[in-house]
Design a protein around this ligand. Structure first.
Ligand code: ZN
Length: 385
């Protein structure tokens, strides 16, 4: 990117963030807040209005006489689609610029090869837009989150365990289908991003997101940046080894953290104790009723999780650990023993720095996370390359 273009992108992002931070703000105040000249503010805000991202309003307080013209985000001037791509279906959400979900759609994936998937998702996006009468032209982009090792810069799915994809340039496939920009990332990273932009990770420079449920995931924010690793594979927390002689995990190794804490392993361990439970929800209900064997399954899982999370605290010294995912349903059955084990294993000084937040997961969270892949780029300066 040429120097002048980069400067313009930085100034544009600064103005957009000033407007977002204030809700509604006058041009003169934007100039004061950003340190940009009135002429620069005037020309760039004109561009933002033309792009539909910002609009004029007179909603501000009067300073005697006429109320000043303020600029605010035109939340419904442009839209973003977030897609959580899972094994058998995809959850699509249409959000405005504030990441509020305005419509949802689920696509049942009949065929799972990359090309068929992109075609089915394309139809799903059209159905989603049609349901609220939004045209493709008002779509700023699409974000897709899926499990696996994802090179988000290249839009490449290197490995995805659920659908067996390897080295699939999925961003490009879906861009060809939709005719708009598509960003791809690991689904735990998308969840981390939504916490950073809109949730418990706002204004926190060093925090971790641990997801529990179908698998065990980790999102890492260090010095305000999402840490993806050399090839996009950072955060395979669920496959850190707890017991090398343990059960064979889905990844092929033995005794991974997932074999102690992930949903299907909780059910497996419950059945070993003679409990006839169809799934994790039923197991949770049984433990809530006080069934000692069911309570013990969660207690053991919580203890192992607490040891593993204490290791994270000692490695990263985070200010906050946000725990999310479907497994949050277990509440204190899991997190009571987890907190106790953490206390035993964390370095005392680091324990003082960290706060654990358990975040209930809603149906929208994953899809909002995927939408954040696009929203993040609207409000941030494009990377130098
Ligand atoms: Zn494993």
């Amino acid at each position: 990117m040429a120097r002048r273009q980069l400067l313009k992108a930085i100034n544009r992002a600064a103005i957009l963030n000033a407007i977002k931070a204030h809700g509604a703000i006058a041009r003169t105040d934007i100039a004061a807040y950003t340190g940009l000249s009135p002429a620069t503010v005037s020309s760039l805000t004109a561009e933002l209005i033309r792009d539909g991202l910002v609009h004029e309003t007179r909603a501000g307080a009067s300073r005697g006489g006429r109320r000043p013209i303020l600029l605010a985000l035109n939340a419904e001037g442009a839209y973003v689609v977030g897609i959580k791509l899972a094994e058998e279906d995809a959850t699509l959400a249409l959000t405005d610029l504030h990441a509020h979900v305005v419509a949802r759609h689920t696509v049942r994936l009949v065929e799972r090869d990359p090309l068929s998937t992109s075609r089915q998702l394309g139809q799903g996006v059209d159905a989603l837009l049609a349901s609220v009468g939004v045209t493709r032209g008002r779509l700023l982009g699409v974000g897709v989150g899926l499990a696996g090792v994802i090179d988000s810069q290249a839009g490449l799915c290197r490995v995805s365990p659920h659908n067996g994809w390897r080295e699939v340039p999925f961003s490009k496939l879906l861009e060809d289908e939709l005719g708009c920009i598509v960003y791809l990332d690991n689904n735990v990273n998308t969840l981390t991003l939504v916490e950073q932009l809109y949730g418990a990770g706002q204004h926190v420079s060093n925090f971790l997101v641990v997801t529990v449920g179908h698998g065990i995931g980790l999102g890492i924010v260090a010095n305000g940046q999402l840490y993806r690793g050399a090839g996009g594979g950072a955060g395979e927390f669920g496959h850190t080894v707890i017991d090398p002689h343990g059960y064979v995990c889905g990844c092929g190794n033995r005794g991974c953290l997932e074999t102690f804490v992930a949903d299907r392993w909780l059910v497996h361990r419950a059945r070993e104790r003679g409990l006839d439970v169809p799934g994790p929800e039923a197991l949770t209900a049984l433990a809530r009723e006080g069934n000692p064997a069911a309570v013990e399954v969660f207690a053991q899982a919580g203890e192992v999780l607490g040891q593993a999370v204490a290791n994270l605290v000692n490695l990263f010294n985070p200010a906050r650990i946000i725990i999310s995912g479907e497994g949050v349903r277990a509440g204190d059955l899991l997190f009571g023993p987890m907190r106790a084990a953490m206390q035993r294993h964390m370095f005392a000084q680091l324990a003082e720095d960290v706060e654990v937040c358990i975040e209930p997961l809603t149906d929208d969270t994953w899809a909002r996370g995927a939408a954040s892949l696009v929203l993040e780029r609207i409000f941030s300066v494009p990377p130098l390359n």
